[in-house]
Design a protein around this ligand. Structure first.
Ligand code: NDP
Ligand code: OXD
Length: 306
């Protein structure tokens, strides 16, 4: 069995070593133009030439959860496309989102500013009931985030394409549930895949439907958010602030107003990192399962875009 590794912006050697250790009988090699035909591919942002030269692939393993960039390419006709299915990302995402919600709710930035000035002063405690959190996307990551926020006793809502039932979470689904979901939310978390249906979903109309004093947490893809609409709603006061981990252009371009905005916290696409060891274990287990003719989780449906 041959496995071809083609991941841009990734240190290849530790991955190659890990894949070889997990599947000692496989031939695992870094892809280069003209490389021998492989059975499986492990990829992140590969060039189109990779797939054009490897049309026989049985499965393509993306070393991330989001496949929006991959699905823009012409893929091998018979290959399964498999995304990372948690692999240590959901706990990181829960940490990041809970931190952002709590930091905002408990006014920790304001406390930090006060204490840096030597001020020992208190703010009136706020009520969780006034900070309902709506999570767009109740998949592998969104559901874990929702359950974690329930643990902190926030009112939690979830919105997905198909109906869900999660203990302690008020679930909404589809177009028909969207307006009600937004109206019930003050903090909005985006954990949707980027598809034609979800691009620009955080726009002026939709964000205006959130409760006044809204807070935006985007940890999915930059193109879910219309930057100028967020800035306008921050200026008007309808939105109180935002924690943004993902951007239309990454790295965020120098001079972008988000960098210095006093109500925006920027992080460099780091809310849930790919963990190499967990990912290698997951990918190699799935290769073994496919070889045995067994089904695997995390298979992408290209027609729905995730
Ligand atoms: P999943 O595919 O498991 O979940 C996607 C969720 O979005 C599902 O609940 C799905 O609904 C819902 N959804 C999709 N389309 C629509 C729609 N049109 N309307 C309403 N709901 C919709 O993805 P993950 O949870 O694993 O990951 C989500 C995204 O997070 C990734 O696609 C990626 O872009 C981003 N990400 C960001 C990272 C970072 O570091 N910032 C790290 C990892 C991922 P249904 O359940 O009905 O199918
Ligand atoms: C992912 C990401 O999709 O890191 O996994 O953004």
């Amino acid at each position: 069995m041959r496995i071809s590794f083609c991941c841009t912006d990734t240190a290849s050697e530790p991955w190659l070593q890990g894949l070889r250790a997990a599947l000692p009988t496989a031939k695992v090699a870094l892809w280069e133009p003209g490389a021998p035909l492989a059975d499986y591919a492990v990829v992140w942002a590969p060039p189109q030439q990779f797939f054009d030269e490897q049309p026989q692939l049985k499965a393509v393993f993306n070393i991330g959860a989001g496949v929006d960039a991959l699905l823009k390419l012409r893929l091998p006709p018979n290959a399964l496309v498999v995304r990372l299915d948690d692999a240590g990302m959901s706990v990181q995402m829960a940490e990041y989102v809970c931190h952002a919600v709590i930091r905002h709710f408990r006014e920790l930035d304001a406390y930090e500013a006060d204490t840096r000035q030597g001020n020992w002063s208190f703010r009136k405690p706020r009520s969780r009931a006034d900070f309902p959190v709506g999570i767009m996307g109740m998949g592998v990551l969104g559901e874990r985030v929702a359950r974690s926020l329930v643990g902190f006793e926030f009112p939690v809502m979830g919105w997905s394409r198909t109906p869900k039932s999660v203990d302690g979470v008020q679930c909404f689904a589809g177009e028909q549930g969207f307006a009600e979901f937004l109206a019930a939310s003050r903090v909005l978390v985006c954990l949707l895949p980027l598809t034609p249906e979800t691009r620009d979903i955080m726009n002026l109309t939709n964000m205006s439907r959130l409760q006044s004093g809204a807070y935006i947490i985007n940890v999915a893809r930059g193109a879910h958010l219309v930057d100028d609409d967020l800035l306008a709603l921050l200026d008007s006061g309808h939105i109180a602030g935002a924690a943004l981990d993902v951007f239309r252009t990454e790295p965020l371009s120098a001079g972008h107003p988000f960098w210095q905005h006093p109500k925006i916290v920027v992080t460099p696409h780091t809310s849930a990192r790919t963990l190499r060891s967990e990912s290698i274990t997951q990918i190699t287990s799935k290769i073994t399962a496919i070889q045995r003719g067994e089904p695997v989780a995390g298979v992408v449906e290209p027609s729905r875009g995730y």
